[in-house]
Design a protein around this ligand. Structure first.
Ligand SMILES: NC(=O)c1ccc[n+]([C@@H]2O[C@H](COP(=O)([O-])OP(=O)(O)OC[C@H]3O[C@@H](n4cnc5c(N)ncnc54)[C@H](O)[C@@H]3O)[C@@H](O)[C@H]2O)c1
Ligand SMILES: O=C(O)C(=O)C[C@]1(C(=O)O)C=C[C@@H](O)C=C1
Length: 462
C-alpha cells in the first residue's frame, strides 16, 4: 500500500497523526497540508509532518491520489465544495469525522450524489489536545477505525483506505452509518456531555474554588475529556443530535432512578447497580492484543560483520512495519556503548551514580540500566523480558549467537569464513545469494526475497 501524494485537509491531532503514522510506515510519498491557521501549517511543515502547505483545498487536492479530511464536522461541507472541481477523477476521499451521517449528507449536497470513491471513516482514537503539535505517529496503533461504506462505495477505494489504516497499526471494522452514529453517541458523545456538563455545573457553583481545590483522582480521571476542543464538540453534538438526544434522555432516566435509590437509602439497589457496572466495565476493558508472551516470535540474525546483516535487518524492519507488524529489535553490542553525551543532564546524573536513568519525551522513552555485573554479557532471556511484549508482534535479535533460540544466518562466501549452520542446529534458515557451501543446509532465502523471509519469520514459533 503506497500513497504517492496525500492531501490532508485539517492538519491537527487527527490529520497530523495520520501523516506521521504513514510516513513512519514508509507508505506515503509527498504530503500536502491544508488548513486555516498559518502558524499551525508552518509548524506542521517545520515538524516534517507535511511537505507543502496551503490555505486552499482546491490547490491541496490537485494531483493527490488520496485526500483525508480532518476538519471539525461543521467545516466538512465547505472543504468538500472548495476541492470539488480540482479533484483527480481517480482520487480517493476519506475522512476522520466523529459522526458519519453528516459527512455523507455534506458530500451529497456538494457532489449531487455520494461519490463512489468517498470512503467515510472514523478512527476511534484521540486525546483532549488539538493541533499538529499534539499529533503523534502511534495514535492509531492498536486502535479501531470504523469505516461506513455505502452500497455505491467503490470496493477498490474501500480496500485502499482499509490498507492505509492498517499501515498505521489500526484494526479496521465496517459498520452501517446509522449504527456507527448510535454506538458512538453512547460510547463517546454521551461521556463527553457528562464531563463537560459536570465541570461546567461545578464551575458555576458559588463555592467552586473550594470544589476544585479538593478535586482529586476521581474527578481528574472522569473529567480529562472536558479539556477537549469546544468547536469540535459543538459540531459533533449538532451533527449527531438525534442519536445523542435519545441517549441523553435514556441516561437521565437512569440518573433519576439512581438519585431515587439514594434518597430512599436503598443500599441493596445501590449495591446491585454498582456491582453490575463494575462487572460490565471490567469485561469491556479490552485485554492486550495478540499473542500471549510465550508465543511472541523471537528470531535472531547471526553472521560475521561485513555480511550485510544490518542492511538486511533494516529493510526487513521497514517492510514488516509497513505491513502493520510491531517489531521489537534487540541488539547485542560487543563494544561499550553510550546513548548519552557528556554535558547532557542525563549523562551527568548517571555519571553521578544513578542506577537507572529514564529519559522520556513525547516521541519515545528510554530506560538505561547500569549492568551490576560489569564485564558479564547480559543474557538473552532477561533482555527479552524487558520488552513490553503485549505491544509487540515479534522480536528480531541481532547477535546473541551462543544463546539457545532460533536464528537465521546471513552468509556471504566472499568473506571467506565457514558458515555457522553446520555447527548450530538452531539456525533455521539461511539468507544468501551464494550457494550454501555445506550439505545439508536449512531453507535458503535470497537477500532480495523479503516477502518470503517475512512470511517465514511471522509464522516462526518461539
Ligand atoms: N480529537 C479527537 O479525539 C478525535 C478523534 C476522532 C476523530 N476526530 C475528528 O477529527 C476531526 C479533526 O479533529 P482534531 O482533533 O484533529 O482537531 P484539531 O483542532 O486538532 O484539527 C483540526 C484542524 O482543522 C483546521 N480547520 C478548521 N476549520 C477548517 C477549515 N474550514 N478549512 C481547513 N482547515 C480547517 C484547524 O485549523 C485545525 O488545524 C474532527 O472532525 C473530529 O470530529 C477527533
Ligand atoms: O481519548 C479521548 O480523549 C477521546 O475523546 C477520543 C474519542 C473518544 O471519545 O474516545 C473522542 C472522539 C472521537 O471521535 C473518537 C475518540
Amino acid at each position: 500500500m503506497r500513497i504517492e501524494r496525500l492531501a490532508i485537509i485539517g492538519v491537527g491531532l487527527i490529520g497530523g497523526s495520520l501523516a506521521r503514522a504513514l510516513r513512519a510506515a514508509g507508505a506515503v510519498g509527498e504530503i500536502v497540508g491544508c488548513g486555516r491557521s498559518l502558524a499551525n501549517l508552518e509548524r506542521a511543515r517545520a515538524l516534517g509532518v507535511v511537505d507543502h502547505i496551503t490555505h486552499d483545498p482546491a490547490e491541496a487536492v490537485r494531483g493527490a491520489d488520496l485526500v483525508f479530511l480532518a476538519v471539525p464536522l461543521g467545516a466538512m461541507r465547505g472543504a468538500l465544495a472548495a476541492m470539488r472541481d480540482s479533484l483527480d477523477p481517480e482520487a480517493i476521499i476519506t475522512d476522520g469525522g466523529s459522526v458519519k451521517c453528516s459527512v455523507i449528507e455534506d458530500a451529497r449536497a456538494v457532489f449531487g450524489a455520494v461519490p463512489p470513491r468517498l470512503v467515510p471513516g472514523h478512527p476511534i482514537a484521540g486525546t483532549e489536545h488539538s493541533g499538529v503539535e499534539a499529533s503523534f505517529a502511534e495514535l492509531y496503533r492498536e486502535r479501531r477505525v470504523i469505516l461506513t461504506p455505502l452500497p455505491e462505495t467503490d470496493p477498490d477505494a474501500l480496500a485502499r483506505v482499509t490498507a492505509m489504516w492498517q499501515a498505521c497499526g489500526a484494526e479496521v471494522t465496517e459498520m452501517s452509518v446509522a449504527h456507527h452514529d448510535e454506538v458512538l453517541a453512547a460510547t463517546s458523545h454521551l461521556p463527553h456531555m457528562l464531563a463537560f456538563g459536570l465541570v461546567d455545573a461545578l464551575a458555576r457553583m458559588r463555592e467552586n474554588d473550594e470544589i476544585f481545590r479538593y478535586a482529586a483522582g476521581g474527578f481528574r480521571d472522569f473529567t480529562r475529556i472536558a479539556s477537549s476542543n469546544p468547536v469540535m464538540w459543538r459540531d459533533i453534538c449538532l451533527a449527531n443530535r438525534e442519536a445523542l438526544s435519545a441517549m441523553l434522555a435514556r441516561f437521565s432516566i437512569e440518573m433519576t432512578d439512581l438519585a431515587e435509590s439514594i434518597r430512599r437509602a436503598d443500599g441493596e439497589q445501590l449495591h446491585e447497580i454498582f456491582a453490575r457496572a463494575r462487572a460490565a466495565r471490567d469485561r469491556s476493558i479490552a485485554p492486550p492484543r495478540s499473542s500471549a508472551p510465550a508465543q511472541l516470535p523471537v528470531v535472531g540474525f547471526v553472521a560475521p560483520s561485513g555480511s550485510g546483516k544490518t542492511t538486511l535487518l533494516r529493510r526487513l524492519v521497514a517492510a514488516l512495519h509497513a505491513r502493520g507488524q510491531r517489531v521489537g529489535y534487540l541488539k547485542h553490542a560487543h563494544h561499550r556503548f553510550d546513548l548519552d553525551r557528556p554535558g547532557k543532564d542525563s549523562y551527568e546524573l548517571r555519571a553521578a551514580g544513578a542506577a537507572q536513568t529514564l529519559l522520556a519525551s513525547r516521541e519515545r522513552w528510554a530506560l538505561q540500566v547500569e549492568n551490576t555485573q560489569k564485564g558479564t554479557d547480559p543474557d538473552l532471556e532477561s533482555m527479552l523480558a524487558r520488552f513490553e511484549r503485549e505491544r509487540l508482534d515479534l522480536v528480531l535479535v541481532e547477535g546473541f549467537k551462543h544463546a539457545h533460540y532460533r536464528k537465521i544466518e546471513v552468509y556471504r562466501a566472499a568473506l571467506g569464513q565457514p558458515p555457522l549452520y553446520p555447527n548450530d542446529p538452531e539456525i533455521i534458515a539461511l539468507v544468501t545469494d551464494d550457494p550454501p557451501p555445506v550439505m545439508p543446509h536449512p531453507p535458503v532465502f535470497s537477500l532480495a526475497d523479503l516477502d518470503g523471509l517475512m512470511e517465514f519469520i511471522t509464522r516462526c514459533p518461539r
